[in-house]
Design a protein around this ligand. Structure first.
Ligand SMILES: [Zn+2]
Ligand SMILES: [Zn+2]
Length: 250
């Protein structure tokens, strides 16, 4: 990028450091941010912070402060589990890390080798996905006081033979029991199994070729196979498909 800049503006004498500083300060382009794995909240806060005038009364800064408290506490809880797992042999501890689409063929072997076999990599297949139906009761949700939102939940406990969830909104807060299923499922003590996906949903042939012809101009060739191998299905009009509860509810 710097080389490109020098070629385009040979008359402007600027050091790499100054060029880099300018990009970071005035254009919000950071060199170190490229390709890192930070969460979206942290990323956007990093961009916001240098321009913030009054952080004490700024909503973005206040909500980031809470976000930071949460992830620090989450890490502490995770570390406590790591310590416990070395002491208890009768209790198993698992952690899961959801990866984005990865197109490196040897990724699975590499990760397992790098972690001396302690990590299991599960490649997600079409049949690992299900069409989950929302069986929650709108009536119960509406009349619930002090409603808990998914974005605030930091811990969930599921108990066998219990149709309620137990959740926390702070790691050292109280466990709250929430019941949200429709009465008929509570009474029958069952919810229908979700439908397993059997084939990829796909996109239309026309859409696929439009995407590929646009991308060919802007992305490297080695990224194209993902799009070229996409399943096509001319019945998939677009990717918004809301399942009707009655279709699957018996
Ligand atoms: Zn974050
Ligand atoms: Zn701010």
């Amino acid at each position: 990028m710097f080389k490109d800049f020098q070629d385009k503006f040979p008359d402007i004498k600027v050091s790499y450091e100054l060029y880099r500083h300018f990009l970071k300060k005035d254009m919000n382009i950071s060199f170190t941010l490229l390709g890192n794995e930070e969460c979206e909240d942290c990323e956007s806060f990093k961009l916001h912070q240098p321009t913030c005038q009054d952080s004490a009364s700024c909503d973005t800064c206040i909500s980031y402060k809470l976000h930071k408290q949460k992830y620090e506490k989450a890490r502490k809880c995770y570390q406590e589990d790591v310590d416990l797992s070395t002491k208890f042999t009768e209790k198993a501890f698992y952690s899961a890390d959801l990866q984005k689409v990865i197109m490196l063929p040897h990724f699975i072997d590499c990760i397992q080798l790098a972690n001396s076999g302690k990590v299991t990599v599960k490649p997600m297949e079409v049949t690992d996905f299900y069409k989950y139906i929302d069986h929650s009761s709108q009536h119960k949700l509406k009349k619930s006081t002090n409603r808990i939102y998914l974005k605030d939940i930091v811990s969930v406990e599921v108990r066998r033979n219990n149709f309620n969830l137990f959740v926390k909104t702070e790691h050292d807060g109280e466990l709250r029991e929430i019941g949200f299923l429709k009465m008929k499922h509570i009474k029958s003590h069952s919810i229908p199994d979700p439908i397993q996906n059997s084939s990829p949903r796909g996109i239309t042939e026309a859409r696929k070729s439009a995407i590929i012809s646009t991308l060919t101009r802007v992305i490297p060739e080695n990224r194209l196979p993902f799009w070229q191998n996409l399943h096509t299905n001319d019945n998939s009009i677009d990717l918004v498909n809301i399942l009707d509860v009655d279709d699957c509810d018996e």
